[in-house]
Design a protein around this ligand. Sequence first.
Ligand SMILES: [Zn+2]
Length: 246
Amino acid sequence: MDWRRQGPQRDHVLARRDRFDEAVFDKVRPEDLYRNIPEYMELEEKFGIRSTFFFRTLYENGNVDDYEDDIQTLQKGNWEIGLHTDPQSVNDIEKIKVEKEKLESLTQRSIIGNRVHFLNYDLELPKKLKKLGFLYDSSLRYSKDKIDEKEMGYSKIDELIEFPVTLMDAYLFTHMGIKENGIIPEFKKTLELGRSFSDQNVISVIWHDNVLKMKGGRIYGEILEFLTSQKDVKILPGKDLVKILK
Ligand SMILES: [Zn+2]
């Protein structure tokens, strides 16, 4: 969840109108173009899966408190809430602690999963996260344009489980230059690669809150349809995956 509940400023959205189909752009109010929590819930419910929603506590011109109702609704529906730590907090355990406690004041339960905004990973981070009670992190990516063995699976770093980011909307569309009709084939290829390394591999997928109505991002439903059609694929939020791995 990169954006405040009200979405970016109007100008920001209007400057990106070519990311949307004209019909969508005309139909939806600019402040709702980036807002997709109910749609994500509906889609995942349809395919019987649950994911993790990583919330920031520091939003540009916004406040995470505005998400309180969404957070409650997600939790009641068994979705996991994780922390989307600010890149500026990574070096300072006290700052991460403040962010974790802020989010926990809204969830009323412990947050165990972390992902840093802009994937601002740091070698000292796992130690800090472990100390604060996190069980896993998923902020690590070695390259911006490759999907190989290093970008999947998991490792234990300082007693914290680390899931590298395997597939992310933004990298697929920008750094890898993949068009909408190339996304499902890319998922297929990635699964094949994962299977070739291990019969119990882990692939982590990031799909941002704001992309579901955009060209490219709108095929999330097709991605779920494809993944759930694979007999050997299980889709889990981080918290459930950690339980299995333990
Ligand atoms: Zn982010």
